[in-house]
Design a binder for this molecule. Structure first.
Ligand code: HPA
Length: 363
């Protein structure tokens, strides 16, 4: 197998120059650079990243720990992470913590033992062990999607975070339904303990208040952020003595569950029940009726997480940053608006182009 010394000899340069070309560590004259690249090609040289890691103590790899990888929201996040990592010469190690606090800590340890340079983690509803582990081992990490309150104090670990707006877009769904005349709007909320669940509940309550509607706790039922929980929660709402006339589902998986519960009871959307959901997905406009939804900037969330992590690796002492990205309201017909109406200038109306991300300390 060809070595760096072979490449240097063949190109007529020093081993150090070959190293600078490979690692972009110093500018190299174009014709010298080309000679090195030609020699690499001719000899079939492949750099030994393990050997390089021993010298640099860096593996140019990022650990990504997200649960529910099969959920299109997280799959798109993964695509964003992968593309941004590749662009910066990093590879990925992926693990699924299954939203289980104990397993999540083990996954963090596994990735750390593989010496990833840093981690991007969508934390579970109880991330205390995870936070303690990352803090104790001083692992550079970015929290994604779910926010974590870390304890105050000089030595408390603090982490960069990135997530999408959750409250305001949920308010938007509720006020839209209220504007169509609905007075009993139910919420299929997510897994308790997640910041996204809390914020979507806050947004729901703000929406009711803004529309002058009372908050009735019977109309808020937790699912588990999965389809089965969404189906159960919807069944509970439908069995109320006075069931809701409209429903907001707090994520894509629970929307599927809600649609199953409605189908099983022979109920149709929007005639029997209007539906607005958090999360747009590739086939949301294939449902009949087409789903009115909030679209999260999932790929961008992944890309931003990578940029936050790389900035942290470049400057470990820099102040901690929190980034929140805006969502987009995609107006279709499951809310009860007709295909074309005075309300909808176009049948599919995308509101609010993604604005500038807010950065700073999140509430
Ligand atoms: N968080 C935010 N949005 C989501 C999730 C989640 O866990 N799952 C599906 N959409």
């Amino acid at each position: 197998m060809a070595t760096m010394a072979d490449v240097a000899r063949s190109a007529g340069v020093s081993v150090a120059t070959v190293s600078h070309v490979l690692n972009d560590t110093r500018p190299v004259l174009p014709h010298t650079r080309q000679a090195v690249l030609d020699a690499i090609e001719e000899l079939g040289y492949t750099p030994n990243t393990l050997a390089r890691s021993l010298v640099t103590s860096r593996t140019r790899s990022i650990g990504l720990a997200v649960s529910a990888i099969s959920n299109p929201y997280f799959t798109e996040i993964l695509q964003g992470v992968e593309a941004a990592a590749l662009e910066h010469g990093y590879s990925l190690l992926i693990a699924d913590p299954h939203d289980d606090p104990g397993h999540e800590r083990k996954v963090a340890q596994l990735l750390h033992e593989r010496r990833v340079d840093g981690m991007i983690v969508a934390p579970s509803a109880d991330p205390r062990e995870l936070v303690a582990y990352l803090g104790r081992h001083r692992v550079p990490a970015v929290f994604l999607d779910r926010l974590v309150d870390t304890p105050d104090g000089d030595h408390a670990p603090r982490f960069d975070q990135v997530c999408a707006e959750s409250a305001e877009p949920t308010t938007r769904l509720v006020t839209h339904l209220a504007g169509l005349g609905h007075g009993r709007i139910g919420l299929v909320a997510g897994l308790p303990g997640l910041s996204t669940t809390r914020e979507r509940i806050t947004g729901y309550r703000h929406g009711l208040a803004a529309a002058g509607l009372p908050y009735d706790e019977r109309l808020l039922v937790h699912g588990d952020s999965e389809a089965a929980g969404g189906e159960r929660a919807t069944a509970t709402l439908l069995s109320l003595a006075v069931p809701p006339t409209a429903l907001v589902t707090a994520n894509n998986a629970m929307t599927i569950g809600a649609l199953r519960a409605l189908r099983d009871r022979g109920l149709s959307v929007p005639d029997d029940l209007a539906l607005c959901c958090f999360d747009d997905f590739a086939w949301a406009d294939l449902f009949s009726p087409r789903l009115t939804a909030v679209a999260q900037p999932s790929r961008e969330l992944g890309a931003r997480a990578v940029r936050l992590l790389l900035d942290r690796l470049a400057a470990p002492e820099r102040p901690v940053r929190s980034v929140r990205l805006p969502c987009v309201f995609v107006h279709r017909t499951s809310c009860g608006c007709p295909e074309r109406s005075d309300r909808c200038e176009e049948a599919e109306h995308v509101e609010q182009a993604p604005a500038k991300a807010q950065e700073g300390n999140l509430p």
